[in-house]
Design a protein around this ligand. Structure first.
Ligand code: SF4
Length: 277
């Protein structure tokens, strides 16, 4: 049988009629609208008075930076520091490893003044491992903490000779197993001597700028590194550290950042900056 043609209601009428008929059906089934409304009101009142369960917003989620802003920052940094490279002088992975160990709590300039004599006298891992503690201490004295540093250099070199055939290993775990070598030093060596993007080097400049630029609110170096890794393309990890270190030295210094002259300023929330020039 052909179905009977449907009569279309004028716009706006259909819902009104439907809801009227719905209410009528409701009433016919025995419900009492006035009573229902009172019940609903009571439920709403109870819900309003009850303590609300609010899902906490995690810091990470709240602070996830806008990828477009991060990409703009990276472009600006790349543009302003096209020649960024490791500030420590080295010719071999071993030299960079030793220089990085010596750079703890010391300027790169001071290390660069110290290492030529050290490497001239002890050019290999075996030579450094076989040197006396006193001889190495004397050569690295000006870098500070010289007793500990001399011990680290000698013991790290002894391990390199004993476990890696005298060659600096190209592996994060093997490097961090050496005395005096933490994640930061290992990342410096892998990134700059071997071209391996194993991680992002986080020093005092990278820590300060990452916070000011609103890239992370973490303070711990390893946590900062892991917060930065998803934001920065892996192929830029090594350069990213150099960019922030250079920018931290030239513009965004610790005490009084030069925000008025900073090319990143339009894209920087200046988190934690109270005084600037
Ligand atoms: S705007 Fe200021 S706080 Fe931000 S990166 Fe530049 S100098 Fe640093």
């Amino acid at each position: 049988m052909p179905s009977s043609p449907r009569v279309r209601s004028a716009p706006g009428q259909s819902r009104t009629r439907d809801s009227r008929s719905s209410r009528a059906a409701h009433t016919l089934k025995g419900a009492r609208p006035a009573e229902g409304a009172a019940k609903k009101k009571a439920v709403r009142k109870k819900a309003a008075l009850a303590p609300r369960k609010v899902k906490p917003v995690t810091g990470k989620k709240a602070l996830t930076p806008d990828p477009v802003r991060v990409a703009t920052l990276l472009d600006l940094l790349r543009e302003h520091y096209p020649d960024a490279k490791c500030a420590l002088n080295f010719e071999t992975p071993l030299q960079l490893l030793i220089a990085t160990i010596l750079s703890a709590q010391c300027t790169d300039e001071r290390v660069n003044m110290t290492t030529p004599a050290l490497f001239a006298q002890y050019p290999t891992a075996a030579a450094l491992a076989g040197a006396s503690q006193e001889a190495i201490e004397e050569l690295v004295r000006s870098t500070g903490f010289f007793r500990n540093k001399a011990k680290s250099v000698r013991e790290a070199c002894a391990d390199i000779v004993a476990k890696h055939g005298g060659e600096v290993p190209r592996d994060l775990d093997a490097l961090t197993a050496l005395r005096g070598v933490g994640r930061k030093t290992a990342n410096v060596v892998l990134g700059n001597a071997f071209g391996i993007s194993s991680g992002i080097v986080v020093d005092t400049h990278v820590t300060r700028l990452s916070n000011r630029l609103g890239l992370t609110s973490e303070q711990d170096a390893v946590k900062i590194e892991f917060a930065l890794q998803p934001l920065v393309p892996r192929e830029a990890w090594v350069l990213f550290s150099h960019w922030l270190i250079l920018h931290g030295r030239a513009v965004c210094n610790a005490k009084k950042p030069r925000c008025s002259q900073c090319p990143l300023a339009p894209h920087c929330p200046r988190t934690g900056v109270t005084v600037s020039q």
